[in-house]
Design a protein around this ligand. Structure first.
Ligand SMILES: [Zn+2]
Length: 144
């Protein structure tokens, strides 16, 4: 099996659905951070079959809850001095500001740079999450 060393300080995102790791990578804009980032795909998992894992060194200030739009089962582990000091599941946010785009092409948020796209949670069930745009009331769905 491929060995990937642990990190002394930083974040380990675990239990990412296999194949979703790259989406998580882009959602957190990990291409813009200047610390070490490891994306491991298709790791064997007892309960999931396969999963993806992301390790981010020396940086913990991310908005992890936005990841629930990709996968609500992602686990966040905060590592400090080689020890896990915190472990939690991502929470579905009630409000999303500036992190996703409205899919309505006529929405003001898509052509006015000064208006930050703002969404509120509209509905949630086992299969889908729905957010409503505060400006045009268009509903955006995210499949779980
Ligand atoms: Zn809109």
């Amino acid at each position: 099996m491929l060995e990937v060393k642990g990190i002394e300080n930083g974040v380990v995102l675990d239990h990412i659905k296999a194949g979703k790791g790259l989406e998580v990578f882009h959602m957190l804009k990990l291409n813009k951070v200047d610390t070490s980032v490891v994306l491991v795909m298709n790791v064997s998992s007892k309960d999931m079959g396969k999963k993806d894992i992301i390790k981010i060194e020396n940086k913990v200030d991310f908005d992890f809850n936005i990841l629930s739009l990709i996968d609500t089962n992602i686990t966040v582990n905060i590592i400090k001095d080689d020890k896990r000091i915190e472990k939690f599941k991502v929470q579905v946010p009630a409000e999303i500001v500036g992190q996703i785009q409205c899919k309505n092409p006529r929405c003001i948020t898509n052509f006015d740079d000064y208006v930050r796209p703002t969404f509120h949670k509209y509905a949630e069930n086992e299969k889908v999450l729905e957010y409503v745009c505060s400006f045009c009331e268009e509903i955006t769905k995210f499949e779980k």
